[in-house]
Design a binder for this molecule. Sequence first.
Ligand code: FUB
Ligand code: ZN
Length: 618
Amino acid sequence: MKFRTLLLIVVFIVGTYALQAQKYAVKPVPFNKVKINDNFWAPRLEAHAHTTLETCITQTQDSTERINNFAKAAGVMEGKHEGIYFDDSDVYKAMEGIAYSLINNPNKKNEALLDKWIGLIAKAQQPDGYLNTFYTLNHPTERWTDMEKHEMYCGGHMIEAAVAHHKATGKTSFLDVATKFADYLGTEFGPGKKHWVAGHEEIELALVKLYHETGNKNYLDLSYWILEERGHGHGRGEIWDKQHWGAAYCQDDVPVSEISEIKGHAVRAMYLFTGMADVAAEKDLPDYVAALERVWDDVVNRNMYITGGIGSSGSNEGFSEDYDLPNKTAYCETCASIGMVLWNNRMNLFSNDAKYVNVMERAMYNGVLSGVSLDGDLFYYVNPLESDGDHHRQRWFGCACCPSNISRFVPSVGNYIYLAGENELFVNLYIGNTAEIELGATKLELSQKTAYPWDGEIEVSIDPETPAEFAVNLRIPGWCKTFGLSVNGSEMTAKQSDKGYVVVNRKWKKGDKISLNLDMPVEVVAAHPKVTENTGKRAVQRGPVVFCLEQTDQKSIDFDAVAINSDSTFKIKKASGKLKGMTQIESTSGTEKLIFSPYFSWNNREPGKMKVWVNYNE
Ligand code: FUB
Ligand code: ZN
């Protein structure tokens, strides 16, 4: 197979129209309506349900003090808070993951465990609604004195977990804790009350989720107020005192509607932008939307790796200079890639533009998935694109934000597949599943069959309860240049819209089937010329999956000297052993053969060197 050369992977075309700040006209079909049953994600969900969650439960409950901190704050155990001041958030993120996983993998034991932990959390909550075990146990009189200390961040993760629990089980026990906390926040903060810059964003998007779940508009208004506090000199505490951090580290250097350039800590920025988009969608804030578009351009076109990873620098866990994208020392925190998924999902909700899903998908299949081992038991915090063989996933970390984030991301993947409007459906991701969807008054069952991301053939079955007319928008991924489409066996000459979808608008009836065939050639990709790290190098990608070379696949070759060239040919092959079910790519350059494996799967076999960007001879 001859390869196709793509240039400038960090550059995506920016649309020429302005996004509208308006209520999302379409809504995601939530995870509890989507059952994943394919050969790619379903095994990941199983590994998550049986292994990742077990790890999170053991680590939070038995091996560390995280659950004990709640028991102590609840008064059922003696002692002080132990661990990092934001350790509560890992418990909440694990709980969010458990709640999501109950949909695809119902589990009475885990549901009962949630009930038990919720009981402790409710007891640890102070009578006025405040909830944070670090301050309650160690510094009860110092609440809200240092804006870095993650009180709102922990509260935000609690709210997200409570909403997930409510959606998954219908129970209100956790949601009650969340609303009590949010109501308390409203008594302390807001117009005419205490100023506050949330040193680590998260509360903003969480309050909007709580608004959606409860209908209480106070939560939306509070989220907006918190966003508007930024950039006016209100910041106080460790972040602002540290010379090498300062306001920009937590996106407090300018008011949010003036943001143009990406700066500071990557995860904080992603959560901020997600929250801004959510609030802008509800409140009609064109300045927010314009700021998000500007900064999206800066992130994606000048500061993103081919893996969708962001935040190249370890010293601030964030961004440095434009085009500064080193491979070996790339920080690319797993949480930051998850943040890219969240933010790009919101941008697509605004715009129904597939370019955002292209970025979301890139982050999902590469930067996020590399963060967890295939067995679901080991995690990366940092995701470099090159290694000397000494970077390995770990069971847990002192700062465990990434494992607990993986634990809530993997089972929530069902949230990102479909968007539903009054009379239109968007199919954003190709993942085998069955779903129950409502488009206005029309109820339908939908199923997808596909071997994506290893193959571009997709069959979508559409079964409305009664015949109904609506538009089905199928995303044509950015990497796909040619495709075929048929409905009930009849070929269609559908054109891709300028927003990257093909639209099939007709009266649908039970048994209707769409077949979409996305051509998925091997692509050899060059970086932007300003990324000097990758001068004279190329990367290999097929479909949404970025590939890498691992030493274990080319033991008899001098790994440091390998190269491909303009005459190299590529063929795909079925992987075996640990990578069974996946696709590998074999390149032939003269007499030298190389095997490329999916980047996300690296270091799941024999440890060794790895590289994504490979020397290239013209
Ligand atoms: O501060 C909470 C989380 O810990 C951040 O999002 C990560 O970058 C790590 O520092
Ligand atoms: Zn993290």
